[in-house]
Design a binder for this molecule. Structure first.
Ligand SMILES: C[S@@+](CC[C@H](N)C(=O)[O-])C[C@H]1O[C@@H](n2cnc3c(N)ncnc32)[C@H](O)[C@@H]1O
Length: 275
């Protein structure tokens, strides 16, 4: 279904206003194919028909939300890039155990969590490697903009292809149960993660102050000033000795001098400089 220039411009504005993502003009084909898929899914006749419904029904409508969400890239998989999870297990949690031993509590925030594989990977590590945490109070709060992603994340149900990416046979056997042709994560791991909707550009972030932040593979979609806005917000809520993990192509360098990179195990995390 061909996409007209004014339709592309309409989507570009809608996506910028609702997600902060800047669609470049070379994304026309991507927009066209995502809108075409939505047209079929909703049983509509054309992109024109879809966009006229968006305009008539307005910003609070289901169809508006579905168009916004259809433009989001949701790519994710279990233990993505391995090394950040290795460092989380070998360095970060041991540090937390040592420094939070009096209070026995800490918070993890996994922002832009997509369909849940990332926070569930963290939960499996805590469950499998740190039995001493049974007597601690900790929260793994996972957020995303997309209600559709969050619904899938809460269900914790994954296709054979999704469980074949990064999980490993041991984790599959230990933490998942086969349901039809899919696999569902067990209630123990599921109950360790709290999912809620949050736009990274919301003025107020309704999450407990994190000791550890995973915000991976999302800054890449924003321009420099929006990245700075998000880093500034993280700084204002993160523990002063907290840990920030970004995607492998993302950094705070050149954006926010208050963070410094720590290189370990072929990966990097970021901490606030001591003042
Ligand atoms: C590529 S996925 C990354 C998933 C996961 N963090 C990972 O690294 O595997 C990007 C996610 O960012 C979310 N996202 C995009 N813009 C957002 C925004 N403004 N606020 C919150 N989430 C957003 C999308 O819905 C999508 O689930």
């Amino acid at each position: 279904m061909p996409l007209l220039k004014e339709e592309f411009d309409f989507i570009k504005d809608l996506v910028r206003q609702n997600t902060g993502i800047e669609l470049e003009s070379d994304k026309e084909y991507l927009v066209e194919s995502r809108l075409t898929a939505l047209v079929y899914k909703e049983g509509l006749s054309s992109i024109e028909h879809l966009l006229s419904r968006v305009k008539i029904e307005g910003t609070q409508s289901q169809i508006y939300r579905k168009v916004v969400e259809s433009m989001l890239t949701t790519e994710t998989y279990f233990f993505r890039d391995d090394n950040p999870f290795l460092v989380f297990r070998k360095n970060v949690i041991p540090y937390i155990l040592e420094t939070r031993g009096m209070l026995k509590s800490f918070n993890i925030w996994c922002g832009a969590c997509s369909t849940g594989q990332e926070p569930y990977s963290l939960a499996m590590i805590l469950n499998d490697h740190f039995p001493e945490l049974n007597s601690w109070r900790y929260r793994i709060v996972a957020t995303d903009l997309s209600l559709e992603n969050l619904e899938k994340a809460r269900a914790g149900r994954y296709s054979p292809l999704q469980v074949s990416r990064g999980l490993g046979a041991d984790n599959l056997a230990k933490h998942f149960e086969q349901k039809g042709s899919d696999w569902e994560i067990n209630d123990n791991i599921k109950s360790m993660v709290e999912f809620s909707q949050m736009n990274l550009f919301d003025a107020y972030w309704n999450i407990p102050g994190p000791d550890i932040v995973f915000l991976r593979n999302v800054l890449i979609y924003f321009d420099a000033s929006k990245k700075q806005e998000i880093l500034h917000h993280i700084k204002s809520i993160m523990a002063p000795d907290g840990f920030l993990f970004l995607g492998s192509c993302e950094t705070t360098i050149g954006l926010d001098p208050d963070f410094e990179p720590v290189y370990v195990e072929n990966t990097v995390y970021f901490r606030l400089k001591k003042t």
